[in-house]
Design a protein around this ligand. Structure first.
Ligand code: TA6
Length: 288
């Protein structure tokens, strides 16, 4: 189809006070917030949303949106020594992004987002960054980091996706079996001795670099595919911590699980180097 009669699937919409890019395509629908550059919703045709979004999320730009796929960048977790006291999980999810490029066809839509104020990241970190969203039957989220400075930069990051589940207690993640992990709740290392099941608070960094991961239950199967990561982070606040978060419903922990493609071991990006961290996800067609 030549470009002059290309259908446009993208519109800009205000959702709960957030200015968003809304894509309504025959194969899927997706919502990306300009605040945080954050995927808030992705649903395949006739399917339940793959991504969980808190109904109590703060949407006035005063704090990161709870849910969706927040981008933790240019660090994961607590700020590194050089930026001591700065916000957990870095700046990307607390700043504004804009569309740099849109490619769309009857088969897919690809959005490339850049910060509205890239010079902030150039000056503070010597980094350029793009978020790339590739939507089709599945969704792929990518963070492209380029060191445009004169010094090495030690990058940590995560695509901190909240997956929408029928019942987290029914989920197992077979691929993590036999892999070591750091348990942030126990502050100790351990080894996964059986397929991971979720029946309590969990906050673990698995040293798992393979691309495939699946969230399996009788009622659901999500397939994840990762690249550019050195770890997989699995987080569920469970009952007590869910109650403690004002932007998280008390029982919300039952229908979500964060499974994150992450760089937690510190990746040294030399001047001129570019790194891509990606997470793709889809729901097995047998489940709607
Ligand atoms: O990804 C797991 C984690 O680092 C947890 O420790 C927990 O803090 C979670 O992220 C949510 O962090 P946030 O800053 O979004 O409340």
């Amino acid at each position: 189809m030549s470009s002059h009669n290309q259908v446009n699937y993208l519109s800009e919409q205000d959702i709960q006070g957030l200015s968003c890019y809304q894509i309504n395509h025959p194969l899927f629908s997706a919502t990306v917030s300009k605040f945080g550059g954050q995927l808030l919703n992705f649903s395949g045709k006739d399917q339940q949303p793959l991504i969980w979004l808190s109904p109590l999320a703060v949407t006035d730009g005063s704090k990161a949106i709870r849910g969706g796929s927040p981008i933790c960048w240019p660090w994961f977790g607590a700020a590194p020594e050089a930026y001591k006291g700065e916000s957990q999980h870095g700046y990307a999810r607390n700043t504004y992004w804009q569309l740099e490029q849109l490619q769309q066809s009857s088969a897919q839509c690809t959005l490339t987002l850049v910060p509205t104020e890239p010079e902030f990241f150039h000056q503070k970190f010597g980094l350029a960054v793009k978020l790339i969203y590739q939507f089709a039957e599945d969704a792929k989220v990518s963070v492209e980091t380029t060191n445009i400075g004169q010094q090495d930069f030690t990058l940590t990051a995560a695509i901190h996706s909240y997956f929408n589940l029928v019942d987290v207690g029914q989920i197992s993640i077979p691929e993590l079996n036999q892999h070591s992990y750091f348990d942030k709740l126990l502050n100790a290392s351990a080894r996964q001795e059986q397929p991971l099941q979720i029946n309590q608070a969990i906050d673990r960094i698995y040293h798992y670099q393979k691309p495939e991961l699946s969230l399996c239950s009788n009622a659901d199967r999500l397939r994840l595919k990762h690249s550019g990561h050195d770890s997989i982070v699995v987080w569920n606040p469970w009952q007590q911590d869910a109650k403690a978060m004002s932007d998280f419903p008390d029982l919300g922990y039952q229908s979500m699980l964060c499974v994150e493609a992450a760089i937690t071991q510190g990746l040294i990006l030399k001047p001129g180097e570019t790194h891509l961290l990606s997470q793709a996800f889809s729901r097995d067609q047998r489940f709607k």
